[in-house]
Design a protein around this ligand. Structure first.
Ligand code: BES
Ligand code: ZN
Length: 458
């Protein structure tokens, strides 16, 4: 009798080819032109769920212009066995060669031990790891737990619809355990379990002044330039220590105790090394009383993501612009509420906008709350044993700075939630030349199988 791990090993080459097939579908959720590709990826996944042995695989349509969920179910373990909800996202960030790609972003290219492509790590690595773990169990006598595999097509664009779907149809996803598969571990030799993710709220700050663009000779010196006013406003959002100055911003933040900070100090060794290698800015910046891991995982931020205004073409134009705009997003920690944070920022901006210009703050997405998951749950223990077997070392605990907007909501449908990432930070998620080490796909499949076996044995 073949074991699931033997099956995965015997089919490794086919799994790798199918992973590449999925990558070739540019399922970019943030660009409307790619909606047909996202749909095609959903159909590909539903078909592969059926082939893997799922009893049902359905495509759940979302409102016009948005992207479907794919839900596979298998209930062969029976009513007394636990049910596990597995989540991944199959949409990806945009990518064009001009961003600095060395190879075409949607043509997976193997070089040495790595494979380069958009979505390679974020998050088709996780989609295929979970799907192929399920296949390996279902094709070798069945899974010890009932399975619900849900794949989202708009995680990279805010997860508005899956949050609404779970609120309305939570019973369909009800599970004993939920594993959200996405993200990274600290190092190939040091796996880690992420127990906290930050939330998010995104906005645009519009500043306007004169009725139209003006001649900077006729009016310069008499009109408050909106770009300058915008710069003066945003320069007041942090103090010299990097702390956000918006009144009330930190009021709801739950502080970490000494035990937790001692644990995070361990993870910080890797975070600092990785910061030097990947971020590689002249010097670290930010709140002096926190180490880099804490600045990213434990503390909320207010970040400027982009700024526009005036004339930026070649040559010069003596214009005094009518308006300027900055895109801002905040990474949130427990227990900050996205809407309350937006209101606090709006109030503060109204106070510091000089009377010489007008400002308006616009909310971009509904936002998401941060999630903090228990260290000691049975699911977390099962995940730790799974990494130990699949990656060969006991994982340590870390906080991640990114957001998976459904995480908070999934705590309402599953008794215990864990996050299982198989990427590395060197994988350049969202950037050019995104990549994985090919071993990550096979270790990911193995680790995912071990997890299901571990929760099934409890
Ligand atoms: N995979 C990331 C989130 C992540 C990063 C999880 C690091 C764990 C560790 C995810 O695909 C992502 O990029 N999410 C977006 C969400 C946003 C668009 C609402 C993010 O964090 O920017
Ligand atoms: Zn992402």
């Amino acid at each position: 009798m073949t074991t699931p791990h033997e099956y995965a090993q015997a089919n490794a080459e086919r799994f790798r080819e199918q992973y590449k097939e999925l990558i070739r579908i540019p399922s970019i959720s943030t660009l409307p032109d790619h909606a047909p590709d996202v749909q095609r990826a959903a159909e590909w996944l539903a078909e592969h769920m059926r082939q893997a042995g799922f009893e049902t695989a359905e495509i759940i349509k979302m409102p016009e212009g948005r992207h479907p969920l794919v839900l596979g179910q298998w209930n062969g373990a029976g009513p007394d066995a636990p049910t596990v909800l597995l989540y991944c996202h199959y949409d990806v960030q945009p990518a064009v060669v001009e961003d600095g790609w060395v190879t075409p972003p949607f043509e997976p290219t193997e070089k040495g031990e790595r494979l380069y492509a958009r979505g390679a790590v974020d998050s088709k690595l996780h989609v295929m790891s979970q799907l192929k773990a399920c296949e390996s169990l279902l094709q070798t006598g069945g899974s010890p737990v009932n399975l619900k595999l849900i794949l989202e097509g708009e995680e990279e664009s805010g997860s508005e619809n899956i949050n609404a779907f779970v609120d309305a149809h939570g019973d369909r996803l009800r599970a004993d355990y939920c594993a959200i598969s996405d993200g990274t571990i600290l190092d190939p030799a040091q796996p880690s379990l992420v127990y906290a993710l930050r939330g998010i709220i995104a906005m645009e700050l519009h500043v306007s002044g004169p009725a139209q663009d003006l001649h900077s000779g006729h009016y310069g010196g008499s009109v408050h330039n909106p770009i300058q006013a915008l710069a003066e406003i945003i320069a007041q959002l942090h103090d010299a220590n990097g702390t956000v100055t918006v009144p009330g911003f930190y009021d709801a933040v739950i502080a970490a105790d000494a035990d937790e900070r001692a644990q995070l100090a361990k993870a910080n060794e890797w975070t600092e090394r990785e910061w030097q290698r990947v971020a590689h800015a002249p010097q670290p910046w930010g709140e002096a009383e926190y180490n880099i891991h804490e600045r990213v995982g434990l503390r909320p931020t207010l970040e400027l993501n982009g700024i526009t205004g005036g004339f930026t073409g070649p040559g010069f134009k003596t214009v005094l612009p009518q308006k300027a705009m900055a895109k801002i997003s905040c990474r949130l920690v427990a227990d900050q509420d996205p809407d309350e944070i937006f209101d606090l920022i709006q109030t503060y901006l109204a106070q510091i906008t000089p009377p010489t210009v007008r400002s308006e703050l616009i909310k971009m997405e509904p936002g998401a709350k941060a999630a903090v998951l228990g260290h000691t749950s049975r699911a977390m223990q099962a995940a730790a044993r799974a990494y130990e077997q699949g990656w060969g070392a006991r994982p340590i605990f870390e906080r991640a700075g990114g957001s998976i907007p459904i995480t908070y909501t999934f705590q309402k449908v599953a008794d215990e939630v864990v996050i299982m990432g198989f990427g590395y930070k060197s994988g350049q998620a969202h950037g050019p030349n995104e990549n994985i080490y090919l071993h990550s796909l096979h270790r990911g499949i193995d680790t995912a199988i071990y997890f299901l076996q571990e929760v099934g044995a409890q």
